[in-house]
Ligand binder design. Sequence first.
Ligand SMILES: Cc1ncc(COP(=O)(O)O)c(C=O)c1O
Ligand SMILES: N[C@@H](CCCC[NH3+])C(=O)O
Length: 416
Amino acid sequence: MDYFNYKQGQLYAEDVSVKGIANTYDTPCYIYSRATLERHWHAFNNAFGDHDHLICYSVKACSNIAILNLFAKLGSGFDIVSVGELERVLAAGGDPGKVVFSGVGKRDDEMRRALEVGIRCFNIESEAELDRLNSVAREMGKAAAISIRVNPDVDAQTHPYISTGLKENKFGIDINTVEAVYLRAEKMPNIKVDGIDCHIGSQLTEVAPFMDALDRVLDLAERLKAQGVDIHHLDLGGGLGVRYQEETPPLPAEYMQAMMQNERLKDYQIIIEPGRAIAANAAILVSRVEYLKHGEDKSFAIVDAAMNDLLRPSLYQAWQRIIPVTETPEDAETKNYDVVGPICETGDFLGKDRQLSLEEGDLVAVRSSGAYGFSMASNYNTRPRACELLVDGDQVHQIRRRETIEELFAGESLLP
Ligand SMILES: Cc1ncc(COP(=O)(O)O)c(C=O)c1O
Ligand SMILES: N[C@@H](CCCC[NH3+])C(=O)O
């Protein structure tokens, strides 16, 4: 079921008209559906049945604290990659004991803060990081629980920029050489080996690469056990894709069921770190057409959202559906548009070659914008970031107001 639907020719977010929201809060704005976010989270959670598990929602996908708070209330854990994300989780009422810390470049201060609040686990990405964590934990008189992120050399068959599980990627430690690192970690006084971590990439549309990676991780857990290293949890990462265009990724429940069928999983607590599959289709980015420009070969719809608001099309040539907020009548004349923003970059577009019927002042919605949408937004061209609104039934909550222009250079100063 989709919570962004046309009713009598108008696009609705749950029970609220998108046009009404845009007129009240101005554009560009992100509109999230609470029901969709929660439904997706539950789809993962329910698939586990009685199996010991923890869902660590990947904060980077969409990190608004109101949204993190929704997941915290459901009992979610969180996957973070910086102390900033950790502070967001804490501000949102998240349980630090359910936080896993990923990322290749954790600084000492980040490790310290994470140890201070007592996170669940550090996902270690290199031997140097392991040594650093051991010494930071020693200074604090603590033991840090770890898993090592292994690189299983599996091709995730996704965009090269978001594929992470190949030998040539910067992430994790080669699964074939990681045993020696585990044996070292096991002997470190301020490290407590707890699990194995693996994340092979994002926007995967098949289960096969996940299953391959899982098999390799399970083999490793058995080899480690034989050498006296007990593995308690397996963190399978995130990465499940969504439908942006014609992709047919498995649903969260189907994906989870496929993984859970592996008999060998039963001995371990399972952690997963989904981001996109929970958040992407839970939001739209709404923008207003400022100008229409008709060239000889091309027409441009210049809208008030830009690559600073939604970077994915520019960065990955990602395709996201763009629909009019007022439904186009069947007999309306359409034109082929590039939907572009006001930023001074040729790469500033939200979509190319879209058949649309538009007039100045019309509203358009970019679908599937909930993941890596606002969280990747910037102030490029000194543009305030969009506001974020969450619809809950017939209620609209402003969960982030638009920045003011003054805020954009508030930390800067003239030379004395
Ligand atoms: C370590 C880690 N975990 C989880 C995620 C979330 O991935 P996704 O949004 O594809 O589920 C990512 C991003 O790819 C990641 O790098
Ligand atoms: N930002 C990427 C996903 C990055 C995954 C992070 N590990 C996207 O929009 O598709």
